[in-house]
Design a protein around this ligand. Structure first.
Ligand SMILES: [Zn+2]
Length: 279
């Protein structure tokens, strides 16, 4: 899958006025819904206190400078630290039966991104809560040179790309994006009713209950955004009520599988629908 990056202007949404993670109204900072470094353009102004911003930026950086670094560099994604951008990137190749590591410039590198596929959220499939996250597959998106051309140039038939996948940081980033997106669309939500909030803040490890991979098509994908997001109300497994979920597709134009994040269960679904005009 080859990714086209669409660069769009930044959009500052309405100021939130309190920390969406802890409720503090002191020293508020702006929050990008999708990180700036992944081409995210939506900003929630005054929505995170310094303390919570420190927590969220820590896991964001682990993802962005971790397993997404090669893709971000070769794909020319935005960075605030241009000077720190790597001049070369590692790539494993096989030469005369031996595995060796070589360094290539970003222009020569395949810049492969391996997106993890997760089990569906436990809540929807009746799985018990657990403190592990299960990766059921990887989807590879190419941001740089074609791996075939790279292999040909290096006079080898085998190139290997190694991923140090920090799945917990990735899941926290996913949860954060879903939660931020819900707030950007609906305004502040009752924090005590958002089960994934303690996970975002690193207080719990129960994410497999509330997020995972899912197959869906979003109408917004027709506009070919870099990342597609949508909020949907879905039935609970016993169909007794409805819950709000965020659907997220990173690098949507390449056709990667999406993710679902459980946001919350509105108390009164009819008034919720009336206020938010959701279908
Ligand atoms: Zn806070």
């Amino acid at each position: 899958m080859k990714n086209p990056l669409l660069v769009q202007n930044t959009v500052r949404l309405k100021s939130v006025g309190s920390c969406i993670y802890c409720g503090s109204t002191e020293q508020l900072t702006d929050e990008h819904i999708v990180p700036f470094a992944l081409g995210g353009r939506l900003i929630l102004p005054d929505s995170s206190c310094v303390k919570c911003a420190r927590i969220t930026s820590l896991f964001e950086q682990k993802v962005l400078r971790g397993f997404m670094l090669n893709a971000r560099t070769t794909g020319g994604f935005p960075t605030r630290r241009k000077k720190e951008r790597p001049k070369t990137l590692p790539l494993g190749i096989e030469k005369e039966g031996k595995s060796i590591e070589t360094e290539l410039s970003p222009a020569e590198h395949p810049g492969l991104l391996h997106l993890p596929m997760l089990e569906p959220p436990g809540f929807f499939v009746g799985r018990d809560a657990k403190e592990t996250l299960t990766i059921i597959g990887l989807e590879t998106i190419q941001f740089g040179q074609s791996p075939y051309i790279v292999a040909k140039k290096l006079n080898t038939t085998t190139i290997t790309s190694t991923t140090n996948l920090d799945i917990w940081s990735f899941a926290r980033l996913l949860a954060k994006i879903g939660y931020c997106f819900a707030i950007s669309e609906l305004g502040l939500l009752p924090r005590e009713k958002i089960p994934i909030l303690p996970f975002i803040l690193g207080k719990e490890n129960n994410a497999s209950m509330w997020l995972g991979s899912a197959n869906f098509q979003l109408s917004v994908e027709a506009q070919k955004p870099t990342h597609a997001m949508s909020l949907v109300l879905v039935d609970t497994p016993n169909k007794s009520s409805k819950v709000l979920i965020a659907r997220i597709k990173f690098f949507a134009p390449c056709g990667a599988t999406g993710y679902e994040v459980y946001i919350y269960e509105p108390v009164d679904i009819n008034s919720f629908l009336e206020i938010h005009h959701l279908k």
